[in-house]
Ligand binder design. Sequence first.
Ligand code: PGA
Length: 246
Amino acid sequence: MKIIEAKHFDDMSLKAAQFMIEKVQRDPTITLGLATGGTPQKMYELLINDHRINGTSYHQVTTFNLDEYIGLDRHDPNSYYTYMHKALFDHIDIRDEQAFLPNGTASNLNAECERYEALIRQHGGIDLQVLGIGANGHIGFNEPGTSFESSTHIVKLTESTREANARYFNDLSEVPTEAITMGIQSIMNAKEILLLASGKKKADALYQLIHGKVDESFPASVLQRHEQVTIIADREALQKVAVSSN
Ligand code: PGA
């Protein structure tokens, strides 16, 4: 695991954007796994700036998002489809048909999970997966207790996750109770992983991810078994971890 310490959120976002831009420039047909949430938001802004200024192209890039709420229409302001379009896709030259998210309003949700997993395989798998981390150790919406063997599946969101995401909704009662998420195995199948974290509320989670026991009770601990993980996190998030940069 490679750990890169950033000074603060903006510095984390800059380092993460530089990391991503280098990957896309080196392989213009790269398949990216993308995440939503507050953590990657500024990184996406910087990717847009770079696209405008330096012309880094996403025309041949394919993306797969980690997850989507169940029951929200894709044009709902709180769907991850809307998030991704506003935060990134509408502002770069990615082809809409190459930017995939699970469909949280599919009539057969189990079939949708299988379709999504198969689609990732058909595209040769994910080259670089971007991840955030929940304070409870979730990655994607894989909450504590999720099997390490899981592929894309339906999850019931924990109350702590719903409360953490309620800031985007008018009211906690509006936060969906279920989602479709790539599974832990789907994430582990990615050739490379970039995990981002910022702020002291992630400090315990980062400590456990790096030094804790590898156990399904803390989903992110599985990343200790992946051979190509880079963590870019700010000082507050790394305050419990001694960074020796190996
Ligand atoms: P955040 O979410 O980026 O909004 O903190 C991360 C996560 O819950 O995975």
